[in-house]
Design a protein around this ligand. Structure first.
Ligand code: ATP
Ligand code: MG
Length: 358
């Protein structure tokens, strides 16, 4: 029996309501596939910060490092500034565990209304691979000539060869799993004088190592337009930290609702645990009412299974999610997708779908 040690961080707000649904699904998967999950719950959150002045205890990273993966709900509390949860927990986890890939599926699920007219499931189904550790989000730079007429600010972007090559290699390896391998690169080498020509150069070098993978290069401005006009032309899109950040919200945007989309922060070499979470936040406006859609959290659990090498189980969970989104009954759909199901009723429907298709 395979054993997976999972650190479970429900966090704040609806994170605490959607996480139990994901654990319920994983429990059922454990029975079906004869695998054992050891869940370690950690109640680290903005509420912990309000009570103790820390998001997580001093030995928090060491405790997380004992696990094979981290399943995160959402952190955020109305009276707590975003940078507290970011710098107090999320950024240390991403940085110290070298989670240099942020991976998000952009996939239109059956039964989820698409904001783009005339598109249905199958038309939009691709992945965004975002560089998660360097690029434009560096702390290098600062103000100059303060107080004088020449005052200004410089923000330096850093693209190392190691950082650039490893994200591109991940994208090409992911593409190699597809029937028709294809990678698109997000660039802006007609505007950014130093960084993006280097990005293009590394992309071309990597492409030469993968002759079976079709490639194309798009400037970020037209790429954003193509996400809306021709989303069916993409399979894998690789982008820098900033471009990937923007695209990875645009993606869930064109597929209807952020509540169903997941996000993975991955250390591909598995030297450290990777972290899986829904795209949505703690949604204080609906927290505490058992009406949040749990699908983003459950899909995040499916991505986690895939990362743990349990691709069959991962596919089964996604299939069960699709059974439920395709079901027009208001009794299994949460309010954000036009029904009146509670969070737990939607989770139960996904468990029932698992049992039907397993
Ligand atoms: P954060 O800063 O933590 O990202 P936010 O308020 O910016 O929080 P979300 O928490 O994602 O962003 O909420 C955005 C909107 O989407 C809110 O109106 C929220 O109620 C809604 N929403 C988010 N997640 C869900 C969900 N799982 N089910 C239903 N509605 C959701
Ligand atoms: Mg937000």
């Amino acid at each position: 029996m395979t054993r997976h040690r999972i650190a479970v961080l429900p966090g704040d707000g609806i994170g605490r309501e959607v996480m139990p649904e994901a654990l319920k699904i994983l429990g059922r998967i454990g029975d079906i596939f004869d695998m054992k999950f050891e869940f370690s719950p950690f109640d680290w959150s903005c509420e912990t910060w309000l009570a103790t002045g820390r998001m997580m205890p001093p030995d928090g990273m060491q405790r997380l490092s004992q696990h094979d993966a981290i399943l995160l709900g959402a952190v955020g509390y109305p009276s707590v500034p975003d940078h507290i949860s970011l710098w107090g927990m999320l950024i240390p986890i991403r940085r110290d565990f070298d989670q240099y890939v942020n991976l998000r599926p952009v996939r239109l699920l059956p039964g989820i209304p698409c904001p783009l007219a005339g598109r249905g499931p199958g038309d939009i189904d691709f992945w965004i691979v975002r560089e998660n550790t360097e690029g434009e989000y560096s702390q290098i730079g600062g103000r100059f000539a303060e107080g004088s007429a020449a005052e200004g600010v410089a923000q330096t972007a850093i693209f190392t060869r190691r950082g650039t090559d490893r994200i591109m290699r991940y994208a090409f390896d992911l593409a190699s799993r597809l029937d028709r391998p294809h990678v698109s690169s997000a660039t802006k080498s007609n505007g950014l004088f130093h960084s993006m020509p280097y990005w293009d150069e590394r992309f071309a070098k990597m492409a030469a190592e993968y002759p079976q993978v079709r490639t194309d290069v798009h400037h970020i401005d037209i790429l954003a337009a193509r996400f809306v006009m021709n989303p069916d032309r993409f399979d894998i899109v690789v982008g820098s930290n900033l471009f990937g950040d923007i695209l990875s919200d645009l993606g869930p945007g064109v597929t209807g609702t952020i509540a169903v989309a997941p996000s993975a922060n991955i250390n591909p070499e598995k030297r450290f645990p990777s972290m899986f979470e829904p795209v949505h936040g703690s949604a204080p406006d609906i927290a505490g009412r058992n009406i949040a859609n749990p699908i983003g959290q459950i899909w995040a659990a499916s991505m986690m299974l895939d990362h743990l090498g349990e691709s069959e189980a991962a596919a089964l969970v996604l299939c069960a999610i699709e059974c439920v989104t395709a079901d027009p009954s208001a009794a299994v759909r949460t309010a954000d997708i036009g029904g009146h199901a509670s969070t737990s009723a939607c989770g139960d429907a996904i468990v029932a779908a698992l049992d039907r298709i397993a």
